[in-house]
Design a protein around this ligand. Structure first.
Ligand code: DGY
Length: 312
């Protein structure tokens, strides 16, 4: 924020919860730039209320909250924060994988509830991570960073993506295959794809039918990629063993949601990139994208660089 305040006049929303829609609509009227969070829906209506808007800087790598086509059409460049959160997010995906495989959250709850009576040969038996098969949906930066961790753990890895990542295939020994095979052969399945109309509910009832009954699903990407009600039924009916979710649909997941009644699910509040160092880097990157866009320059990380060629 200091970097931004030093380069322009900025109004900030100080509330803990995202600004209500009407506050966004009202305040963009005279804005040249907008710094948004992934909780802010920035669509054509917002852009139409902002005739001066030149840049939208999203403080996230994901940008499904922004209508990119609408921005490009209006000559508004959009920035995001790729790269700096890759390793931190991969660490967290692996932490969720390990925590669910070895039932760490359940163990902690049992101890705190005073239910640890003795060592027992059958208490909280989990699944081995080493030598298991990890399926990765989306082998971009974060997916590849997870594959690297899996290699260190002696896992077999395969992936599905609309684009092949030959470098990661060679360097990490991760095998490219179709979605059905990833679903049917994986002991662990981790999602690292963007949310788009094509990936919305990519994992639903039909996909759970194809998965191994011991499969553990990890999602650190976007909640709507998984059909949450189908996931609930799959976990309840033993079609898969466990899920570990950093993201849900909606967010926050409402109190009383059926998923929260299950023991075989871990849900945390969208914190995969939440290390001090990484959030600092994301903030600085978002500030730099904003400041460049305000000057009419190309932001260091632009999602739609072609927007600068459009009449504004
Ligand atoms: C992102 O950047 O898209 C994450 O979801 C939050 O860090």
């Amino acid at each position: 924020m200091e970097r931004i305040y030093a380069s322009c006049d900025a109004k900030t929303w100080e509330g803990e919860l995202p600004p209500p829609r009407e506050v966004i609509l009202e305040n963009v009227a005279d804005a040249d730039g907008l710094l948004s969070l992934l909780t802010d829906k920035i669509d054509a209506e917002v852009m139409d209320k902002a005739p001066r808007l030149k840049v939208i800087s999203n403080c996230a790598v994901g940008f499904d909250n922004i209508d990119i086509a609408a921005a490009t059409k209006r000559g508004i460049v959009v920035g995001n924060t790729p790269g700096v959160l890759t390793e931190t997010t991969a660490d967290f995906a692996f932490a969720l994988l390990m925590a669910s495989a070895r039932r760490i959250v359940e163990g902690d709850k049992l101890v705190r509830a005073g239910e640890w009576k003795t060592w027992g040969p059958m208490i909280l038996l989990g699944q081995d991570v080493h030598a298991a098969t990890l399926g990765i949906i989306g082998l971009g930066r974060i997916g590849a960073a997870v594959a690297r961790r899996a290699k260190g753990f002696g896992m077999k890895t395969r992936y599905f993506d609309v684009n092949r990542n030959l470098q990661a295939e060679q360097e990490l020994g991760v095998e490219f295959t179709d979605l059905d095979r990833v679903l049917s052969e994986s002991d662990f399945l981790t999602i690292h794809t963007n949310l788009t109309p094509e990936t919305h509910h990519l994992i639903g009832a039909e996909q759970f039918e194809k998965m191994k009954r011991n499969c553990i699903l990890v999602n650190t990407s976007r909640g709507p990629i998984v059909d949450n009600m189908a996931l609930y039924e799959a976990l309840r009916d033993g079609k898969i063993a466990y899920a570990a979710l950093d993201v849900t649909d909606p967010e926050p997941i409402p109190k009383g949601h059926p998923l929260l009644t299950l023991q075989n699910v871990i849900i945390v509040p969208h914190i995969a990139s939440a290390s001090v160092a990484t959030r600092t880097k994301m903030g600085l990157m978002a500030a730099d994208n904003l400041i460049a866009g305000l000057k009419g320059e190309m932001p260091p990380n632009a999602v739609n660089p072609e927007a600068l060629k459009m009449p504004h």
